[in-house]
Design a protein around this ligand. Sequence first.
Ligand code: FAD
Length: 378
Amino acid sequence: MVVIGAGIVGCAIGVALQRAGLEVCVVDQVGPAAGSSSAGEGNLLVSDKLPGVDLELAQHSLALWRALAEEIGEEIEYEQKGGLVVAHDEAALQELVALAAAQRAEGARATVLSGPELAAVEPCLSREVAGGVFYDDDAQIQPMLTVAALVRALRRSGGRVVGGTEVRGATHAADGRVVGLRTSAGPLGVGRAVVNAAGAWAGEVATRLGGYVPVEPRRGHVLVTEPAVPLVAHKVYESDYVASIHDERHGFSVSAVVESTASGTILLGSSREFVGFARDPSAAVRAAIARRALGLFPALAGLRLMRTYVGFRPATPDRLPVIGEDVRAAGLFHATGHEGAGIGLAPASAAAVVSLLGGGDPGFGLNAFSPARFVPPR
Ligand SMILES: Cc1cc2nc3c(=O)[nH]c(=O)nc-3n(C[C@H](O)[C@H](O)[C@H](O)COP(=O)(O)OP(=O)(O)OC[C@H]3O[C@@H](n4cnc5c(N)ncnc54)[C@H](O)[C@@H]3O)c2cc1C
């Protein structure tokens, strides 16, 4: 099997396929974690998932992360710290409470907190917020360490990870099945099948291979503070974050997301905009993120920023991942389109790919993620 893309999704798939008895080669145009997997925050969230298939996939993935954390949790800085979602006014709080009730009905652990309870959970949080919901299951990992750990696991079990290999096209059998790849390092047979896990580049890769997935890069900024005494205990974010995932394309949207890391820095997010692969951080977006974060934690004003980085979320039109075989190119499977949740959803996506290749029931439905739901524009 060949997997295209050595990000967290491709590497998780590589490990799962190898464990299922297949022989795997993961190829990347650069190398492990060269794409979005080194430009995100590392949250494993149920709190931002809508009830239904979205939440179900996240819950399965979290269970898989927990199992993995028992083996290598320290290596990847796994921490089940919990997530706190806060609302600034009564109307937003009512919406948040309603969402939490629907998530709770599907098994999420979510507790509504009022002013004094919020202060007990998150002492440096602004007293101006109207209320919040605490999600016990939200967790965090360090994505780059995790990709490195997956690469080691894959190599230990006999799989290969090859950098510097850009996939440029495909060779097809008479019936249209993808049987080989044209790469910058020469031709490559794909064996049983090929998995497109090229993240924000997956749309382009699909086209090169004769298939179709409408994945676009959705840019996000993260601001990193200098290491500080712990002033943020959990992942804390504003309730309009969920709406910002699902909103339409106009300008940029910002919703504050604040969390500390094991190394003491504090990560401030989060923005969303469709500007292609533009890499230079925007001063306006940076300022908006800083302003919103200060609204949640006024004490951040005493810290300096060390750096800002941007990354590209692989976004589909309906904001759900695409996992399944391409209807136009047999033998080509896609596992992409995870938007701002690819770190969290990587293990369940890997389980889904194994299942699609004959490895049994993954324990959750896959229909909603089928590539067949998208039709290319004429
Ligand atoms: C600011 C920001 C914050 C985020 N925070 C979180 C978070 O807290 N939690 C979470 O779950 N998710 C988060 N995300 C989303 C997450 O980062 C992505 O969903 C995830 O990294 C996607 O992983 P991937 O393996 O699919 O893609 P990538 O990591 O981008 O890997 C794709 C790989 O494909 C390779 N590639 C591309 N084209 C080719 C080609 N033609 N040939 C060969 N190789 C190719 C690239 O080099 C790249 O290494 C965040 C994203 C951003 C931008």
